[in-house]
Design a protein around this ligand. Structure first.
Ligand SMILES: *Cc1c(COP(=O)(O)O)cnc(C)c1O
Length: 339
């Protein structure tokens, strides 16, 4: 199977397995795991924040951030196609008593300053007030878009001017900075908190980082415990995470593979595929006689994994466990599957 369903399907390489075996460990709930502490320091430095927290998943990172930034009953602004809206089980309502006010971030995946401004509500007798703006970069559901620092800045400033905190769901923020060829901090400096995943394109088996001010992270640590995310000898999984941070420079190869894949798929009758900006390739299958689910089934029968992504679209994701050869073979198999 050439598994292009997601960049989460990567398996740890030998170096990561060795790192897990050899990690210095302690009880991280007591703050005594030196490897977790090192990972947190390193992560904070990478995104230019005072501190960072190791969390079991990106979802938990986003949920903790929302809980810490807001007061019960407030509104949180998020794109209607964002991960926090579509794929986190409505967690903001369940974990932080928030009401989501959905925005349409438009084709570039980030709301304009005007849109943010008009969506913010000021607290009064009738209105709960806006507590948080969530941005996402790269934007998954909009096709792995790499959103420029300027656009992030304009949206974030509109929120900040109104005392609304800004959280960046940067699950794939290193894909964004790789595609845009900008320093990571050019993007992360505009957010009060940043979540990024170690377990996607960077190849770690588990874990994400949540970074922000020292005060934010102190509060986030308590919420992590509340959510059941306090882990004990977590250095075993954090050490592969440190290896993952060294893999940022490999993401360009995934992007190149995505372009080759998109080009190959676009040449297949019935598929319409736009040029990808990062490692996510969206194929529109509306010209085919069959629906998304049966296309996915036919691909699976031909040993290619892809994900249903919309009424007429499927997603392919490149990652470090697939090679250029795999990509070329995958194009051949898709051609065969749809013939
Ligand atoms: C994957 C993803 C997450 C959540 O990460 P998990 O570790 O799977 O919980 C959050 N946001 C975006 C944009 C993602 O792609």
């Amino acid at each position: 199977m050439i598994d292009l369903r997601s960049d989460t399907v990567t398996t740890p390489d030998e170096e990561m397995r060795e790192a897990a075996r050899n990690a210095d460990i302690g009880d991280d709930v007591y703050g005594e795991d030196p490897t977790v502490n090192e990972l947190e320091d390193r992560a904070a430095e990478l995104v230019n924040k005072e501190a960072a927290l190791y969390v079991p998943s990106g979802t938990m990172g986003n949920q903790i951030a929302a809980r810490v930034h807001t007061d019960r009953g407030q509104e949180v602004l998020a794109d209607r196609k964002s991960h926090v809206v579509k794929y986190e089980l409505g967690g903001f309502a369940q974990h932080a008593d928030l009401q989501v006010r959905m925005l349409d971030a438009g084709p570039r995946g980030v709301p304009t300053a005007e849109r943010v401004a008009s969506a913010c509500v000021e607290e009064d007798l009738h209105r709960p007030g806006t507590g948080l703006l969530c941005l996402e970069n790269t934007h998954n559901a909009r096709g792995g878009l790499a959103i420029s620092p300027e656009r992030i800045e304009r949206a974030a400033e509109a929120a900040r001017e109104r005392d609304v905190a800004v959280h960046l769901d940067g699950a794939r923020v290193f894909n964004a900075v790789t595609a845009l060829e900008v320093p990571t901090t050019a993007i992360t400096d505009h957010a009060d908190s940043v979540m990024f995943c170690l377990s996607k394109g960077l190849g770690a088996p588990v874990g994400s980082m949540l970074a922000g001010s020292a005060e934010f992270v102190e509060r986030a640590r308590r919420v992590r415990k509340l959510f059941g995310g306090g882990m004990r000898q977590a250095g075993i999984i954090a050490n592969p995470g440190l290896c993952a941070l060294e893999n940022v420079s490999d993401l360009e190869a995934d992007h190149e593979n995505a372009r080759v894949l998109a080009d190959g798929l676009d040449g297949i009758g019935g598929l319409e595929v736009a040029e990808p900006e990062t490692n996510i390739v969206i194929a529109d299958v509306s010209e085919l006689a069959s629906d998304v689910e049966s296309v996915i089934d036919r691909l699976r029968e031909n040993e290619v994994g892809a994900t249903p992504f919309g009424p007429t679209t499927i997603r392919f994701c490149t990652h470090r466990s697939v090679t250029r050869d795999d990509i070329e073979r995958a194009v051949g198999r898709v051609t065969q599957a749809l013939a």
